[in-house]
Design a protein around this ligand. Sequence first.
Ligand code: HEC
Ligand code: HEC
Length: 438
Amino acid sequence: MSRNAARLSALLLAFSAPAFAADPLPYHSEPVAGLDDQEMLDHAIGQAVFERLWVKAPSSTKSADGLGPLYNARSCAACHPGGGRGELPDPAKPGEQGIGVALRLGSTGSVGDPVYGRQLQVQAVAGQTAEGLLSVTSRDVRRVKLPGGTTVRLRRLDVQPVGLNFGPLAATTRTSVRVAPPVLGAGLLERIPEADILAAADPDDRDGDGISGRPNRDASGALGRFGWKATNATLAAQNAEAAMLDLGLSTALFPAPWGDCTEAQAACRAAPHGNQARFEGVEIPSSMMGLLDRYMSHTQAPGATPPDGPGGALFTETGCAACHRPAFTTGDDPANPALSRQAVFPYTDLLLHDLGPDLGDGLAAGDAAGGEWRTPPLWGLHRLTSQDGKLALLHDGRARSVAEAILWHGGEADSARTRFAALSKADRDRLIRFVLSL
Ligand code: HEC
Ligand code: HEC
């Protein structure tokens, strides 16, 4: 690997993304402690792959290429800046597409739209036609009065595909907006022992607490951990899917060079591509994907706070910890001592919960029903403390603040929301401060 790594690093140097503009990013990735020299070198190269601005094939450099033909962004980091989360577009600036906002397409019994595929690609390489753009508007739908004279306004987003260049979506196609979640600490989530996750599952709610919690499974039956609906079992699978859907790049797992282009999109399928014999017949060879996967798994968790103090007690008493499970210990992975037997505080059970019709998108994914979502990890929210009120929380980014996010909880989280809404102002503020300290 190390000779390979040196060669790749030379290739990549020419292509690393320019540093992001002057504003410091709220999220930034750090390697986990305990990596050896070789792992640190691989980490740096893997980070360059994550930040790399891909180009259309064939590029003059004979390097790995093959962006698109249809794509959503040119790099992983463009949607996960610093390894962090995406942002909705500013409604005051029509036409803006936000950061890391993707429109998933599907219908009952079929993966994707027959013409547009699994995701709307809003960009295309020169000579090709992008599928369309997103229009995002919002409207207030509810006012919730809380003790102490506070009123919280809840808004719904209306996200529509506009300027569709391949005709209308099929009548049966449903859409689901997804904002890019933070990706730091993913290798630690990947190494939480399956038995510890399943121990908390209670699909038939036998203990009668109103909270079930079901695992999702991928096509091979492996426990799903990644994505808003926990559809992917491993980082390698999630990353290869991202390369295909978001960047239009082929890998061993998705070898077709045209990414998400369907048969109906003939020009896209016929476009020049970057599949090359010397890269194992694909656009990103497995050595380069391996460096990307390892970089991501070696990113440090963005927070490490046990549920201590009065805030932590309130979090548990209000019922949040029933799903946002504070602590786990990672399993033993002899190939990755730095990730083994680590105490982690992700505040997720990695299980699916039905949060009610207000949050449901009607799109099943694997074993996840249209109303079910994986409990998202809450670690890392301390990086966004000063932005509470301007956030893009929940799968579609509708919640601008932690209070809004909680007030949208329904279904299995009904009683937790009711308890939250009944807290005194002092306790409510304490709980929110705690969530924003994670
Ligand atoms: C167009 C924006 C976009 C690009 C580019 C993108 N992502 Fe994502 N990413 C997303 C969205 C949206 C999700 C959530 C998808 C879902 O669950 O439906 C996501 C989810 C993820 C997750 C799951 C995190 C978790 O805990 O659930 C990982 C890991 C990830 N992306 C890695 C990558 C990598 C690696 C790349 C580059 C190869 C990449 N992403 C490129 C938007 C993007
Ligand atoms: C029944 C399980 C459950 C309970 C109980 C629960 N949550 Fe959640 N929480 C979820 C799920 C699932 C989501 C994702 C929903 C979505 O994106 O549509 C979520 C999302 C969130 C988010 C947004 C995270 C992000 O990255 O966008 C916050 C913040 C949050 N919950 C805090 C809380 C707090 C605080 C409580 C207690 C008052 C609580 N939750 C109780 C399951 C639960």
